[in-house]
Design a protein around this ligand. Structure first.
Ligand SMILES: Cc1ncc(C[n+]2csc(CCOP(=O)(O)OP(=O)(O)O)c2C)c(N)n1
Ligand SMILES: [Mg+2]
Length: 655
């Protein structure tokens, strides 16, 4: 595609705007108005400008920590960007995100990222969303040469290649990752050469030649739009400044090298081309530069005049309002296992809302190793029920990206211990996206799967990890104990606009109970009193609920009345139900299977100690797993997981 003079002038303006924006940012940083840190894109302008000029407004990008150029090239307003850099409410993220996290969903800028390479799974998911939504949208995911060595880059390229997703991966090879030269860290002849391994095109271009970047990306975008899949582009360039505005580091580059690259200035090069090939006058270029300067003057004034965000704004930004729900009037129904109940919820929600889709390892063809997704692929097809490669970080990240882009993914973690491989996407991305963007976007993602022990799968397949997630603001944590709860809570989780970690207990999968046939959604954050009592409150989760109920039946024979509460959702927690029960009984036992130390029960104990110490007639007792990894041996496993007797003994001790 040959670019006309208007398009070239527009590229020129974009590149000058990026450069002057970052030069101004350095000044504002030195004045103390931009805080924290920011990463200048000066020297690399041709990459973002050339790449984004190939896109339509409906196409998306994900940027990096060095993302100002990406945002500007995609059309972001420099006044709102500067306001963000100054931490002001008028900023793109209302002052909650800062330089590294600018996003503009109205422009399909799906976020820059403070975690190196994390944008690739997210971009891959946005490309999946475009595909599922049957749009012809394309995504560009930018990443650095340093990022290229992260595992998610391989995983994303592989996933996009096997699913033929409409995405272009653009590596900005500025030859350094912070202080470390690429040649010291990166094997192989080039980053682009890696494309061969995925049988996709790999192209290396001069990243300081905006026309070369534009041509290469335009070809890749056309290919993506035509449904032919991803391309990997490596644009070789150089950053003129230090790694970040904060970094005051020993020298790691030679002055000769810096000078040589300064001579290859991408803006001067385009100016030369405009003059030589299109007879654009120096005066005309000056006119374009002055227009940029004026826009930046106004932007600085706008940002300085913008208000600081409030604590109220900040706190309201963490969670989207929860999905509405109500318990069914009639709770009777046929006896179903928890697997059947979860499966019914998935069938119903996929039928109800075409944005819902399911992905994970082995969830399609065989319906998951525990059969929770059974029959979904036959009914809803392979597009919406996807068997993934074994790439937890990337398919969870793709879930985040798809959720941001308007789908409602339900992602299965085959065994929840494997979530450790995806923790960046859960903790740094899913949990924080809405917040970092000022509390407006939604991330309707469900991450579900089995946790817990009892079936001799040993230390890496048996943990109960709810405390990890309960600690992170932005996540909802659900942990049902009955088939009835499982169905109604999974429906609510899918309808919720927040990322929900939905923990099933594998030892409960086969447990039966009545499940109403019709549609119902149990509100998140509502505990249930599973058994009323007056002497001792037992707050129990998942497999411990049944054991607590059995212990209560045993204790009843001894004349002890035990109230058993199942919080059902750990975040948000129904504090009122727990506090009201303790006010009545004056005694509290908390039982969970997870290791007691640092367990979620400590939170409940602290809640009651802080808010209701005066009503207690006895110390609070926690019953939790032993402080050991789950053993393989059967009797040792039994000795590790709290039993009915352990709970009964804890209650007796209090009386
Ligand atoms: C996962 C992760 N590791 C380390 C860092 C700290 N860090 C931020 S940028 C950076 C260098 C990244 O290099 P590259 O991907 O080449 O991008 P560039 O800064 O050169 O644009 C490092 C080490 C981080 N933010 N995230
Ligand atoms: Mg780099």
């Amino acid at each position: 595609m040959k670019l006309g003079v208007d398009a070239l002038e527009s590229l020129y303006t974009t590149m000058v705007k990026i450069r002057r924006f970052d030069e101004r940012t350095v000044e504002l940083f030195n004045e103390g108005l931009v805080k924290g840190t920011a990463h200048s894109y000066v020297g690399e302008e041709a990459v973002a400008a050339g790449a984004c000029a190939t896109l339509r407004p409906g196409d998306s990008i994900v940027g990096t920590h060095r993302g100002h150029g990406h945002c500007i090239a995609k059309g972001a307003r420099v006044d709102r960007m500067l306001a963000e850099l100054m931490g002001r409410e008028a900023g793109y993220c209302r002052g909650l995100g800062g330089s590294m996290h600018i996003a503009a969903l109205d422009l399909n800028v799906l976020g820059c990222n403070g975690i190196v390479a994390a944008g690739l799974p997210i971009g891959t998911g946005a490309a999946l969303a475009a595909r599922l939504g049957k749009s012809d949208g394309v995504v560009i995911a930018f990443f650095g040469d340093g990022a290229a060595n992260q595992g998610v880059v391989h995983e994303s390229l592989n996933l996009a290649a096997v699913w033929k997703l409409p995405i272009v991966y653009v590596c900005e090879n500025n030859q350094y990752a912070l202080s470390t030269a690429t040649r010291r860290t990166t094997a192989g002849e080039s980053i682009a050469a890696r494309a061969a391994a995925y049988a996709i095109p790999g192209v290396r271009v001069d990243g300081n030649d905006v026309l070369a970047v534009h041509a290469a990306v335009a070809t890749a975008v056309a290919r993506a739009r035509a449904g032919e899949g991803p391309t990997l582009i490596e644009a070789v360039t150089y950053r003129w400044g230090g790694h970040s505005m904060r970094a005051n580091l020993p020298e790691y580059r030679t002055h000769e090298e810096e000078r040589a690259w300064a001579e290859r200035d991408p803006i001067a090069r385009l100016a030369g081309h405009l003059r030589d090939a299109h007879r654009v006058t120096a005066m005309r270029l000056k006119e374009l530069e002055e227009a940029v300067e004026l826009e930046l003057d106004r932007a600085v004034a706008f940002a300085k005049a913008s208000a600081e965000p409030t604590v109220e704004l900040m706190e309201a930004a963490v969670y989207a309002p929860h999905a509405e729900g109500a318990e069914p009037r009639d709770r009777t129904g046929p006896e179903r296992t928890m697997v059947e109940a979860l499966n019914a919820a998935l069938h119903a929600e996929m039928a109800r809302d075409e944005r819902v889709f399911v992905m994970g390892e082995d969830v399609g063809l065989i319906g998951g190793i525990f059969q929770v997704t059974r029959g979904l692929r036959d009914r809803f097809g392979e597009e919406r029920v996807r068997d993934t490669p074994i790439s937890e970080a990337t398919f969870v990240g793709a879930g985040v990206g798809a959720a941001i882009a308007g789908r409602r993914p339900v992602v299965e973690i085959q065994i929840f211990d494997f979530v450790a491989l995806a923790m960046d996407q859960v903790v740094n991305q899913a949990a924080k996206f809405r917040y970092m963007l000022g509390g407006r976007p939604t991330v309707p993602l469900v991450l579900r799967g089995p946790q817990g022990g009892g079936i001799r799968l040993a230390a890496q397949h048996s943990q109960s990890l709810e405390a990890w997630f309960a600690h992170v603001p932005g996540l909802v944590v659900v942990a049902p104990s009955t088939p009835y709860d499982a169905k109604g809570l999974l429906v609510s989780a899918i309808r919720d606009d927040n990322p929900v970690v939905f923990l099933e207990h594998k030892a409960l999968y086969a447990v039966r109970g009545p499940v109403p046939e019709g549609e119902y959604a149990i509100p998140l954050g509502r505990a249930e009193v599973k058994r009323a009592g007056t002497d001792v409150t037992v707050v129990a989760t998942q497999a411990m609920v049944g054991r607590a109920l059995a212990a209560a039946a045993e204790l009843e024979k001894e004349g002890v009345s035990v109230e058993v509460i199942d919080p059902r959702t750990l975040v948000p927690l129904d504090e009122a139900t727990i506090l009201a029960s303790v006010a009545k009984t004056g005694r509290l036992v908390i039982a969970h299977e997870a290791v007691k130390r640092g367990g979620w029960g400590a939170e409940v104990a602290a809640l009651v100690a802080e808010r209701a110490l005066d009503v207690l007639d006895a110390p609070i007792v926690r019953v939790g797993g032993r402080g050991v990894p789950m053993p393989y041996n059967e009797s040792l496993e039994r000795a590790t997981i709290p039993s009915q007797q352990d709970i009964a003994a804890a209650v007796r001790d209090l009386l």
